[in-house]
Design a protein around this ligand. Structure first.
Ligand SMILES: Nc1ncnc2c1ncn2[C@@H]1O[C@H](COP(=O)(O)OP(=O)(O)OP(=O)(O)O)[C@@H](O)[C@H]1O
Ligand SMILES: [Mg+2]
Length: 162
């Protein structure tokens, strides 16, 4: 049996507990899952890619079948290069669906042998996004329980150093 390898792509700027939820579900389902951090998102990121990767590596240190990597360019090309059969995506609400459907079908057209698998997070995370975390934090609201501790610490450090 070939190893079942999944890729979970995203910007992870920063990693939230919603992402962590999906990644841990993936880690139970597949032999290995790679958290593929997009190097140059169109949106200029709050955290440089090195820092996003560092935080994710810390969070998943206890999980030997979760890897953290970076990628650039076409996701399906990256998946093929890694030998992954599956792309994992998270679905929060109907609002995610249209964009995700479009991406999944386009990726299938580009590489029919890579399958996209969708997973729903725990209910508590269905309204959670990196954008919202950044907004709440910038306005002085509490983000406890929304992001891993290492992310919260780094956000506070960033705020202090400007
Ligand atoms: N709370 C969540 N629950 C389930 N899936 C999620 C959650 N947040 C993001 N995802 C999924 O994770 C993948 C990567 O998303 P992305 O990096 O854009 O995160 P995001 O939180 O949506 O960030 P942003 O607000 O910057 O768009 C996508 O498939 C997205 O649907
Ligand atoms: Mg998003």
């Amino acid at each position: 049996m070939p190893e079942r390898l999944a890729v979970y792509p995203g910007t992870f700027d920063p990693l939230t507990n919603g992402h962590v939820d999906i990644i841990l579900r993936g880690a139970r389902l597949f032999d290995r899952i790679i958290v593929a951090t997009l190097i140059n998102p169109e949106k200029s990121p709050l955290f440089p890619v090195e820092e996003r990767v560092e935080m994710a590596r810390q969070v998943f240190e206890p999980y030997p079948n979760v890897e953290v990597d970076t990628f650039d360019g076409l996701l399906v090309d990256y998946a093929r290069r890694k030998g992954a059969q599956v792309i994992v995506r998270g679905l929060r609400a109907v609002s995610d669906f249209e964009y995700e459907l479009q991406m999944a079908l386009m990726n299938r057209r580009l590489h029919p042998d890579v399958e996209t698998v969708f997973m729903m997070p725990a209910e508590a995370y269905t309204y959670l996004s990196s954008r919202l975390v950044k907004e709440i934090f910038a306005l002085g609201g509490s983000i406890a329980g929304l992001v891993p501790e290492v992310v919260e610490t780094r956000l506070h450090a960033k705020q202090r150093t400007g």
